[in-house]
Design a protein around this ligand. Structure first.
Ligand code: PBG
Length: 365
C-alpha cells in the first residue's frame, strides 16, 4: 500500500475523532475499507524483536524452575548409581544416593520430584503384591527423602507395572485382560502405603476406571485430607515410554505387549476431555497429559476447557530423542528449552522432565 493512502486514512480517522489504531483505504466511490490493525508499514512485527530487552518485555511465556518436576529412579542397595542406558545422564539410585540428588534438587529450587522403583526381579509377581509392602523400596525412599528435604514435594505413582511379573499396570484374568476393579483395590492400598510413608502427592498412572475416586475416599477416611492427587488422566498408549520401562525393569517383563486396553488410543482427542472431567469429578487436584510433545493439542484443549492445574509429562522417549541428537551433534542443545517452553505455551502449568536438574541453573528462581 502506498504511503499517501495511509496518510489519508489516518487523517480520516482523526477528523472523525475516533480513537483507534488501524489503517483504512479509500475506495474510488469514497467508501472506506478497514484493514484492521495489522497493516505494513504502520505495523512492523519485527520492531518488537530487535534486541533482548524488548523481546523480554513482550514475551508471553516464561519457563522457571517453579514449573519443573524431576522424575527419579530408585533401586535397592547402598551407594549405588546405575546408568540407564537409553537415558544418558539418568541413573537408578539407591536410597542414600537418591537423598543426595533430592537435596541437589532443593538447592536448584526444583519444587517437586516423582520417584519410581526398580525392584528386584524376585519381588515381581502376577498380582504385584510388593506394591503394597509398607517396608518396600518406595515407602523407604519417600520417608528418607522427606526426612532430608521436608519442603520438597514428593510424588509417587499408583500403578502396578514395576511390581508385576508381566509388566502390566494391573492384575490379569485368565485371558490376560487387565481387570479393573480388583486392580483399583490394590492401587488404593498402594496409595495409602505411600501416603503413610510421607508422599505429598499420589499420581495414579494406571488408567483404571474409578481409581481417582476410590483413592480420594480412602485418603479422606484415613484423615489425609491434604494429600494431593495428580491424575495421569489423558495418558496415551505410547511407544515413547520405552526408556522408562528399561529404567524400572518392566521392558523385559512386558516384552512386546502393549497397554492399549487401558491407556488411550493416540488417535483420540474428545476422549481426553471425558477422562479429565471424570478425574476432576472424582477428586483429582491436578491433571496430566502424557506424553508431551506429540500431544500439545491435548494440553491446550484441556487447559482451555477446565482451567484446572494441568501438567504434562515430557516422557523418557522424548528425553532419549533429544539427548541422542544433541549428544551426536545433530541438534543444538537449545532444543531442550524450546521443547519445554512449547509445553508451557500450550497451557501446561508444570512439566515432568528428566532435564529438570540439567536446565534448572539456566532458569530463573
Ligand atoms: C507406569 C508409568 C509409565 C510412565 C510413568 N508411569 C510407563 C507406562 O505406562 O508404561 C512413563 C514415563 C516415561 O516414559 O518417562 N504406569
Amino acid at each position: 500500500m502506498p504511503p499517501t493512502s495511509l496518510t489519508n486514512s489516518l487523517a480520516t480517522f482523526s477528523v472523525a475523532g475516533a480513537v483507534r489504531i488501524g489503517t483504512a483505504v479509500q475506495r474510488g466511490n469514497g467508501a472506506s475499507v478497514d484493514l484492521g490493525p495489522m497493516s505494513y508499514p504502520l505495523t512492523r512485527m519485527r520492531r518488537n524483536r530487535t534486541d533482548d530487552a524488548i523481546r523480554r518485555l513482550v514475551r508471553e511465556t516464561t519457563l522457571t524452575v517453579d514449573d519443573l518436576i524431576y522424575p527419579m529412579f530408585v533401586i535397592e542397595g547402598p551407594s549405588l548409581r546405575e546408568p540407564v542406558e537409553s537415558m544418558p545422564g539418568i541413573e537408578r539410585l539407591s536410597v542414600d544416593q537418591l537423598v543426595e540428588d533430592a537435596k541437589h534438587c532443593v538447592d536448584l529450587g526444583i519444587p517437586a520430584v516423582a520417584v519410581f522403583p526398580n525392584v528386584d526381579d524376585g519381588l515381581r509377581t502376577p498380582a504385584g503384591e510388593e506394591a503394597v509392602n509398607p517396608a518396600g523400596l518406595i515407602p523407604r525412599a519417600v520417608t528418607a527423602v522427606k526426612n532430608a528435604c521436608p519442603a520438597l514435594v514428593v510424588i509417587t505413582d499408583a500403578a502396578l507395572d514395576p511390581y508385576t511379573s508381566h509388566g502390566h499396570d494391573g492384575i490379569l484374568d485368565e485371558r490376560d485382560y487387565v481387570v479393573n476393579d480388583p486392580t483399583v483395590e490394590t492401587l488404593v492400598e498402594q496409595a495409602l502405603v505411600c501416603t503413610r510413608a510421607g508422599a505429598d502427592v499420589i499420581a495414579p498412572s494406571d488408567m483404571m476406571d474409578g481409581r481417582v475416586g476410590a483413592i480420594r475416599s480412602a485418603l479422606e477416611d484415613e484423615g489425609f485430607v491434604n494429600t494431593k492427587i495428580m491424575a495421569y488422566s489423558a495418558k496415551y498408549a505410547s511407544a515413547f515410554y520405552g526408556p522408562f520401562r528399561d529404567a524400572v525393569g518392566s521392558a523385559a517383563t512386558l516384552g512386546r505387549g502393549d497397554k492399549m486396553t487401558y491407556q488411550m488410543d493416540p488417535a483420540n482427542r474428545a476422549e481426553a476431555l471425558r477422562e479429565i472431567e471424570l478425574d476432576l469429578e472424582e477428586g483429582a487436584d491436578m491433571v496430566m497429559v502424557k506424553p508431551g510433545m506429540p500431544y500439545l493439542d491435548i494440553v491446550a484443549l484441556v487447559k482451555e476447557t477446565f482451567a484446572a492445574p494441568t501438567f504434562v509429562y515430557q516422557v523418557s522417549g522424548e528425553y532419549a530423542m533429544l539427548k541422542a541428537a544433541v549428544g551426536n551433534g545433530w541438534l543444538d542443545d537449545r532444543v531442550v528449552l524450546e521443547a519445554l517452553v512449547g509445553m508451557k505455551r500450550a497451557g501446561a502449568d508444570g512439566i515432568l522432565t528428566y532435564f529438570a536438574r540439567e536446565i534448572a541453573p539456566a532458569l530463573k528462581r
